[in-house]
Design a protein around this ligand. Sequence first.
Ligand SMILES: [Zn+2]
Length: 225
Amino acid sequence: MSRSGAGVPAPDPLLCWKGRLVDAVIKGKIKGGAEAVVRPSRDAAEEAVRTLIAWAGDDPRRPGLIDTPQRVVDAYEEWFAGYRDDPIQYLSRTFDDVGGYDDMVMLRDIEVESHCEHHIAPFLGQACVAYLPTNAVVGISKLARVVEIFAKRLQTQETMTTQIAQTIELALKPRGVAVFIDAKHQCMTTRGVHHPNVSTITTHFMGEFRTDRELRERFLRLAGR
Ligand SMILES: [Zn+2]
């Protein structure tokens, strides 16, 4: 694995790679004149982990911890791989040979593995995503991929729910989009208020899902809620 990276500009959570336009549109703002964050070297990232281990009260030099910084940085590459991906790209290939199908297309219980941007603690749950196609549909696995890309960034559940809906809206121009996420936040279950069974539910409805109550209720029923 490459250990270089010094001097390479870090992907900006707001204006990430090719997702730049998408995220700018989604967040409703484009940063002007702000200096890009420079991605630190891998060594600097590992050193930061050693600092946190010592801060926690342990000795980062002891045998059990010696390789931990390397593993943590490896894990970060996986957990935050979403900064290197453009969600719109996954929705660019559509199929119009659907025999006139025009009802909702729904993916239920897509696993969500994300990290809250306030504590970098995991939040885990499921997402249900639906859209009403106009004249083209997208490969269903691609919708799950969009959820995954946004999940693999530092997030709030509310932001992520909106980003998923707005990305599908932007890419497919459907008649409506619905997103439902149900997740448990470890920053709430393992620390702070310690409420292990509390889950957070967020929804975002666009187009006909917003205006048609019956459709919205059908979506929620199919989502199993
Ligand atoms: Zn948190």
